[in-house]
Design a protein around this ligand. Structure first.
Ligand code: NGS
Length: 251
């Protein structure tokens, strides 16, 4: 049994404009924030995510839009490439100054976890319940990360080469360091997230080449990323609670 149906979730969020856009009515928000979510076949997560996120972001009085980047079958899932596509597609829709790259199964727990982009890139999901709210290793950069537009451009976005699970976030960390940017985090009390439970996906198996790609990544920072991004946009729909971008990519 599904805990919520779309009709109810849409009804709870009447203020959200088509495409999943919202802005405060009585003040001008300082930041325009695009939330970019890589996605494939996780409808039950998406419902929980949207219910949580619209309320959460509105409390922060942000001017935001939610972009769900849905990868068509049969290509292996490429989380990083979907982030790059989300960046490119959201940029065509509005003049965002801040991009938050967000897994669909992570829910921020603390209202002090402000979804803006500070001077330096921020790893947002430092304390996840699944890891007993501890950081698994210092350079971990997966889950949720925030970049100012200029910084994401500077590092040439994510690599497009990581198909399957793992490594793409470590490569992002290396790109960030290489460009002399500093990874920042909120305190572990604030950066708390709940992970929605799921079984490991058969379509997102660990990529056996991820270590090789990671170790040779530096050679490709300049040529593999936003400037080499190729995809086919199959559809874009401004759905009631999010902008849906359906894309085809090839390996
Ligand atoms: C590392 C992966 C990262 C991943 C992290 C946490 O080993 O991509 O585990 O994963 N790096 C490589 O595989 C090279 S988690 O336990 O959250 O699924 O983000």
């Amino acid at each position: 049994m599904e805990p919520h149906n779309w009709t109810d979730i849409i009804a709870e969020n009447r203020d959200v404009a088509p495409g999943g856009l919202w802005r405060p009515r009585d003040c001008l928000a300082r930041h325009r924030v695009a939330i970019v979510v890589p996605y494939r076949d996780r409808e039950s997560h998406l419902k929980v995510f949207l219910r949580h996120m619209h309320k959460f972001l509105q409390k922060q009085e942000l001017d935001y839009g939610i972009y769900i980047i849905d990868e068509a079958l049969p290509t292996r899932f490429n989380r990083a490439m979907l982030m790059n596509i989300g960046y490119a597609e959201a940029s065509k829709q509005a003049n965002y100054s801040c991009y938050i790259f967000h897994d669909v199964d992570l829910l921020p727990e603390d209202d002090r976890n402000i979804y803006n982009c500070p001077e330096q890139p921020r790893h947002m999901s430092a304390a996840i319940d699944k890891f007993s709210y501890k950081l698994p290793y210092y350079g971990i950069f997966g889950g949720v990360s925030a970049f100012k537009k200029e910084h994401f451009n500077l590092i040439n976005g994510f690599s497009n080469k990581f198909f399957g699970w793992g490594g793409e976030d470590d490569d992002l960390y290396e790109r960030t360091r290489f460009h002399k940017l500093k990874l920042t985090r909120y305190s572990m009390k604030i950066a708390r997230y709940k992970m929605i439970k799921h079984n490991n996906e058969p379509l997102n198996r660990p990529n056996p080449k991820r270590m090789t790609l990671l170790y040779s990544g530096k050679k490709r920072f300049k040529t593999d990323g936003l400037n080499s991004l190729k995809y086919q946009r199959l559809d874009l729909q401004k759905r009631p609670l999010y902008t849906w971008v359906h894309v085809n990519i090839t390996e």
